[in-house]
Design a binder for this molecule. Structure first.
Ligand code: ATP
Length: 133
């Protein structure tokens, strides 16, 4: 299967820099699948699971939240706010974060700023839990 170059970076640095056969990730308006020779493309990253398919057929899953994805001349660059490989995610920590966020959401009542913060924390926890399951 044809490959393309994928570079993934976060504020912590370069996370991945290699040839892949596919990338699936959640954009703000839904999932996108990138294969070799995809048309040039730029989009804002949403919050969800990212799946990378390697040339040997193996896949790697990650939690991918926020940032930008570009595909230019068959090179993809994912600049993510958060990118955590499934192996690095602590499921228990994510479950506890989910519980805290749900409690915070209940207590936020009609405080819009507090609701938005609690929802963002809940979304991140749910993405991490989803990637691990
Ligand atoms: P928590 O309340 O558990 O810290 P959070 O949503 O507030 O969750 P973030 O602000 O998104 O956490 O992340 C802070 C740092 O902790 C980041 O470096 C992130 O990669 C890491 N992190 C957060 N949750 C987990 C997890 N469940 N497993 C591994 N790393 C995590």
């Amino acid at each position: 299967m044809s490959t393309f170059h994928l570079r993934i970076s976060t504020p912590d640095g370069l996370i991945f820099d290699d040839e892949v056969t596919g990338l699936k990730a959640r954009m703000i308006d839904g999932d996108v699948g990138i294969l070799a020779n995809h048309a040039n493309y730029v989009s804002a990253v949403g919050a969800g699971e990212a799946v990378i398919r390697l040339p040997d057929g193996q896949t790697r899953k990650a939690a991918c939240i926020g940032g930008m994805l570009s595909v230019i001349s068959n090179e993809a660059h994912l600049i993510a706010t958060t990118f955590e490989w499934a192996d690095d995610i602590d499921l228990e920590r994510a479950k506890l974060a989910k519980e805290r966020a749900e409690k915070r959401l209940t207590e936020a009542k009609d405080n819009a700023r507090e609701v938005a913060l609690a929802e963002a924390k809940l979304r991140r926890a749910l993405v991490r839990i989803g990637v691990k399951s």
